[in-house]
Ligand binder design. Structure first.
Ligand code: FAD
Length: 488
């Protein structure tokens, strides 16, 4: 029986464990923390508030279902979800409010009514976003870009040929400005760059396919919150015989004659035929393989943004808010310059508020709400985070107060803060970047680390810091690519 170790019980590691267990491997997952999930963890605050710690937006749910089916199980016996409608409530700095309905036509009519942009323009843009997704996703997200065989299929050659028209030479922002005359709608679509921690003023227009995920395919809400994804998959993995060893950080990947032989923890040294690192690729090389040559060019790619998150127990309900709420800043360009050029936080950042207690009433006491309040910030490079946290907290309260016409300050009954150094410490992500390397240049997809090592046989990589990138769906796809590479 082949034996495989996985370093890290993030969503990518858990999904890889399921796939390899189904393929007949003995799988052991080593996790540094006391429990699974990594960025996808949950937390509770005094007073009865529960929060999803990291991800809050869930798209492409079939990638989760697929794992249960692969194991011969009925997905709904483990994990249920519903399509969100509306998806997002947008609050613009000038006081305009737009609801992003799940139905594209209804959303387009809303935009026409509120922003005076013809509904037909919105529908044409979304259709183009869908075509770009269909033309490229199968190739660029679902296969290894680093195996010659990938480039032999006619489908892949077609996708490569389509790339120039999809916008490698212009930016997302330029694409949106060309499509819409209203700067608020440009801001709305520019925001999708942040879905992989990028800057719409630098990221290629190819990424304008991201809105299709939400508006074309749908945004979903898992019963019990996002943490239920990790929980249900760990249950499946355990049923399949996967062993999870918590509180056991891996210290070294052992090697001999150009292949991995296993790994070492503080408890023991373990032999394994394959090792899959779900840990960020930068610390994997720096800490677990210190004597091996590292792919320096790949590791030095610019990092994605990180986040400052305020978890607030709020002693009131706001009927005007939904699951996903965006309070836009006045100057979006300034905000991204602050993050990616000055490595700081703008004094007027856009604020994202996720509230799950409307769908999962046990997430907050009666009459209260659980607010996950997030601002995009640079990854940690030694900034004065206590000062930035204090400044940003005040700016968030100002912006939300202005939009809601109330003072939320006294309504904050419970609070916890997670900043980039905290994210790095809890998940080992380099600099606390949420999505590994950023997609701020046209070649980013090709510059991400492959899902395997070119130098060490038996060493593989999954998760948000390697191909195809960060975010739940892409981490799940990395697990599929890794298990295909191992099995074939
Ligand atoms: P990670 O979650 O990075 O976990 C890695 C695991 O490895 C951790 O458990 C860590 O403890 C463990 N580990 C590290 N080093 C060692 C070691 N030496 N030995 C043993 N174990 C080790 N994505 C979305 O799709 N939608 C969103 O809305 C969204 N929002 C986000 C908001 C926030 C605040 C954050 C933090 C992330 C967000 N993301 C979102 C991104 C998404 O959460 C990640 O891309 C994804 O969860 C990363 O999973 P992963 O498989 O890379 O593993």
């Amino acid at each position: 029986m082949p034996s495989t170790a996985i370093i890290g019980a993030g969503i990518g590691g858990i999904a890889t464990a399921v796939r390899l267990a189904v393929a007949g491997h003995r799988v052991v997952v080593f996790e540094a923390q006391e429990s699974f999930g990594g960025k996808m963890h949950q937390l509770e605050l005094p007073g009865g508030y529960r929060f999803d710690g990291g991800p809050s937006l869930f798209t492409l749910p079939h990638l989760v279902d697929e794992l249960f089916r692969l194991a011969g199980r009925r997905p709904a016996d483990y994990f249920r979800y519903q399509r969100l409608d509306p998806i997002t409530e947008y609050f613009f700095a000038d006081g305009t409010r737009v609801t992003a309905w799940a139905d594209e036509k209804k959303f387009a009519r809303e935009v026409e009514e509120k922003l005076n942009v013809p509904a037909a323009d919105v529908l044409a843009f979304l259709a183009r976003s869908g075509r770009a997704y269909d033309a490229t996703a199968g190739t660029f997200l679902q296969k290894s870009l680093h195996k010659a065989g990938t480039y032999l299929s006619p489908e892949v050659l077609k996708a490569l040929a389509a790339l120039p028209q999809l916008g490698l030479t212009s930016t997302m922002h330029q694409r949106h400005e060309a499509a819409f005359s209203d700067p608020r709608l440009v801001q709305l679509f520019d925001r999708f760059a942040t879905y992989n921690g990028s800057d719409p003023y630098q990221a290629p227009a190819t990424l304008s396919m991201i809105p299709h995920l939400e508006h074309g395919i749908g945004a979903f809400y898992p019963e019990g919150g996002i943490y239920a994804i990790a929980q249900s998959l760990v249950r499946l993995a355990e049923e399949l015989g996967v062993e999870f060893r918590y509180n056991e950080p891996v210290r070294e990947i052992t090697t001999e004659n150009g292949r991995v032989t296993g790994l070492r923890t503080d408890q023991d040294t373990y032999p394994f035929g394959q090792v899959v690192s779900n840990m960020d690729v930068v610390p994997t090389y720096r800490h677990l393989l210190p004597t091996q040559p590292a792919p320096e060019r790949t590791l030095s790619q610019p990092r994605s943004s990180s986040a400052l998150i305020f978890y607030w127990g709020i002693a009131r309900r706001f009927s005007e808010l939904g699951v996903h709420n965006i309070f836009f800043s006045e100057d979006y360009k300034r905000e991204f310059e602050a993050i990616f050029q000055e490595q700081t936080v703008s004094s007027d950042p856009t604020v994202y508020v996720n509230i799950t207690s409307g769908h999962t009433p046990t997430d907050a006491p009666e009459g209260h709400e659980n607010w996950f309040v997030m601002v995009n910030v640079p990854h940690d490079q030694g900034q004065d985070w206590p000062a930035l946290v204090a400044q940003t907290r005040a700016a968030v309260i100002r912006r939300v107060n202005r939009a809601l016409g109330t003072d939320i300050g006294p309504l904050i009954w419970a609070e916890h803060v997670w900043d980039p150094p905290g994210i790095a410490a809890r998940t080992s992500s380099f600099g606390g970047a949420l999505y590994g390397s950023s997609s701020n240049n046209a070649l980013a997809a090709f510059l991400r680390h492959p899902n395997f090592s070119r130098r060490l046989k038996g060493l593989y990589f999954c998760g948000g810091s390697v191909h195809p990138g960060g975010g739940i769906p892409l981490c799940l796809l990395s697990a599929r690519i890794v298990s295909d590479l191992i099995s074939n």
